[in-house]
Design a binder for this molecule. Structure first.
Ligand SMILES: [Ca+2]
Ligand SMILES: [Ca+2]
Length: 185
């Protein structure tokens, strides 16, 4: 099963985050939002985190090789955050309130393997698209079919779409609360 949710992986690093101290003027007026996506492959510019305010995209960052992401110098305000990885369901966090100097950690980042067509659910359409992509050359159009991110399109990708815990699942959306989390389905 590749239903991945990174739990508390950055908590230990909070106290040792000294980077903002070197930039105290800006940090007093802006916020930092960070997290870690726990998946069984190494990111190589193939996953993004998108920060939006209403319909406006405020910032897009690549997920680094080990799954961490950092959005720095975020102006004070209310935001939505989306973790977007080809072939996986998106994970969204709504209503993040970023205050001056805040250092916000997104703890869960729950993404599920197999959403080949980027529809938000893993179903028969994803199986069909993965089958049609077998043996093809990887491109912007079929990147979602490389579910295991090994840069080839084959049976291993279809196996992940069909795996228990993946097939039939949908993406997660979480409402951000100051004192914890509430899941909405
Ligand atoms: Ca789908
Ligand atoms: Ca593959």
């Amino acid at each position: 099963m590749l239903n991945a949710g990174a739990a508390d992986t950055l908590r230990a690093e909070d106290a040792s985050n000294t980077a903002r101290a070197e930039n105290s003027v800006e940090s007093s007026e802006s916020a930092v939002i960070s997290g870690k996506v726990d998946v069984p492959f190494t990111f190589n510019n193939d996953g993004r985190v998108i920060l939006t305010q209403g319909e406006i995209i405020v910032k897009i960052v690549n997920i680094t090789a080990d799954g961490t992401y950092v959005l720095s110098d975020i102006p004070v305000g209310n935001y939505n955050l989306t973790v977007s990885i080809p072939g996986w369901t998106e994970y969204s966090v709504k209503d993040i309130t970023a205050g001056a100097g805040d250092d916000i950690t997104i703890y869960h980042n729950t993404v599920i393997a197999g959403d080949v067509d980027h529809s938000g659910t893993i179903d028969i359409a994803d199986v069909g698209e993965a089958i049609l992509s077998i043996g093809g050359t990887l491109s912007d159009e079929n990147i979602g079919a490389d579910v295991d991110h090994d840069k080839t399109l084959g049976l291993s990708d279809i196996s992940l779409v069909l795996a228990d815990g993946n097939y039939g699942e949908s993406g997660y959306t979480i409402s951000f609360l100051n004192n914890g989390w509430s899941q909405t389905y």
